[in-house]
Design a protein around this ligand. Sequence first.
Ligand code: SF4
Length: 398
Amino acid sequence: MERQKRFFIKTYGCQANVADSGEMAGMLEASGFERYTPKTAQNEKIELEEALKNVEVFIINSCAVRQKSEDKVYGLGKLVLATQENTGRKPFVIMSGCVVGSSTGARKLTDMGLLQKKTPWVDLYLSPADIAILPRKLYEVGVITQSLSSSLSYSIAVEDPDWAFVNISTGCDNFCSYCVVPYARGAEISRSQEAILADVEKLLARGYGKIMLVGQNVNSWGLEQKDKLAIRIGQDLPTPFVKLLREVHEMAGLESLTFMSSNPFDFTSELVSTLKLPKIHNYLHIAVQSGNNAILKKMNRRHTVEDFLALLENIKQAVPNMEFGTDIIVGFPSETRGQFMDTVKLFEQVLFKAAFISKYSPRKGTVAQRLYPDDVSPKEKSARHAYLTKVWQKHRNK
Ligand code: SF4
């Protein structure tokens, strides 16, 4: 008997990509595919080689946030071609995620032709906005023989052993000066409440009690543009996201509820008090990016260090056992040692449970890449990265 067709998804980057991978996995499973799990996961290269040899569909869900993550994706070509040479066959290779998004859509930064030239081993490119048409695309090229009638007819697959991710919005309109996401993922679009609750219900029915609502800016889910701007300049309005949280919180079978990512400028007092609900997880990831106000301004972040600290204080008053994680960029253009030390000071003041510290890397087409010379040397960036990591570890282990 012919064995079931198999797929493998390699996911790079953030929770939005993890959620997209879950969605694609669900569609492939509903189309009769079986997920392939490499047996020898000693290292990434061996894992990928094994998957390439054993699957019919191989998906690379790419990340373009840093040059290093983008280069990793291009590097996969060597493995794909070596497998073809050694075995005489090659799976159907799909590239999705932000590398594709940066070359498609209204806000594209690079030319699709350029991406195709760099990755001739890819059979299908799928931008983050097009995930839902994966089954139709595979049907059109004959990889699957039965078309699914609607994108809602598949069940979501889970990519994380602890949390089931549900995408509530895609894209971003914030245009932080260093960030490629508003171009790669396009405009901020909120999924409908109906679709989100249906996904959550399916996951709860399958026994996944821990739900994470995912998006680039979850707090602004469902907000009209004018209200979004009003909140960002300090108005304290009721938000649809709070209603959504409360709705999901009451669903039968829910054990724990969390959300990611959040920006400091999108929190309202109503949201802070909603965090007191008993099933809201006691960890929040709020990106601060720098501990210096001049750098935050250059980053086009709409908050100051003082705003961030006041927000944390308010949350702590509402939920005393709340823990925090954050994202930081070191070596942003023109960041002096003194300005970097302000970030160190922030880390001495706030005990972050998790900190994603990255060295600034210019991303083509972004405002920072176009306007600000990348003038902090690689050596200095590495030294700041190592120093801040040490400070974080020291405070975490206190
Ligand atoms: S909020 Fe800023 S950092 Fe986050 S995705 Fe949007 S532009 Fe990028």
